[in-house]
Ligand binder design. Sequence first.
Ligand code: SF4
Ligand code: MG
Length: 337
Amino acid sequence: KDNILKVHNLKVSFQTYAGEVQAVRGVSFELNKGEVLAIVGESGCGKSVTAQSIMRLIPSPPSVIKEGSIRFNGTTEITTCTNHQMEAIRGSEIGMIFQDPMTSLNPTMTIGKQITEGIIKHKKVSVTEANRRAVDILTLVGISNPEGRMQQYPHEFSGGMRQRVMIAIALACSPKLLIADEPTTALDVTIQAQIIDLMKNLAEQTEASIILITHDLGVVAEMAQRVLVMYAGKVVEQGTVDELFYNPQHPYTWGLLRSIPRLDQPADSELVPIPGTPPDLFAPPPGCAFAARCPYAMKVCIETDPEHRSVSDSHSAACWLLHPDAPRVDRPIEAGG
Ligand code: SF4
Ligand code: MG
């Protein structure tokens, strides 16, 4: 299959006054063209840092990509692009939707200006043509009276409408890849559902591949084809949505899924906390990072970090329970959730 993105052994660290935090510790995955891939995990698991690294927007305190490769669209190596090259890629080939549109929209600039700015910069078209495209894209994201709305400022839009505008900006230059980091978290439940519907339709209509970062498994079930589960800076399980929901292999995934009583009732699907806390990423443990919280932890888990083992061509997990010599345990998740 053609991939739009190939991340290999990505390691990202933050330098802090207290030392180096290893936020992303060897993440590898591929994103196929037209695919929606969800990355799930608790806050601090490295999912946002992974996404920001793809955009080369990793935040301060000074952070650095220590190792690994981020190959975009076959030939572009993101880790070695100049800042100038990245500016051309961001907003044009890779679009990003953030959690809180209020902080990412410019309050002093009309919505029309904010949408057309990127189109004019990246597509080198006239103002008239950019305006025409902006009207089209606002219509596409479900904003009525787009000509009138373009004259307005962000504060004149509701939270849900602002998120639609953010999506319009992200899509304005027809990016090949869209990264959405908790796109609905700041919205109330009804509006969340509308935005998810919109993103789902856009994913089907446009050819953009999407990375969806979320802690909401209901959103994953609705939108994604494949899922990466991250824990303590690593991918601990990956597979298709069906594989992850119906045949999960990693005890951390079991913990996450316990918060969804039924797949057909995604309303209360926010992750419930799993007892304990993730390890200190100043000094990650030598063995499995989940061992301190895992009811199945064995001696080997504490000593040696498990490698990924394949469950199917599309499904793998990093857990010693998948070793052929491991004791069999009762899976706490019944088939069918
Ligand atoms: Fe639990 Fe061991 Fe699997 Fe880690 S490797 S999740 S500690 S059983
Ligand atoms: Mg985040």
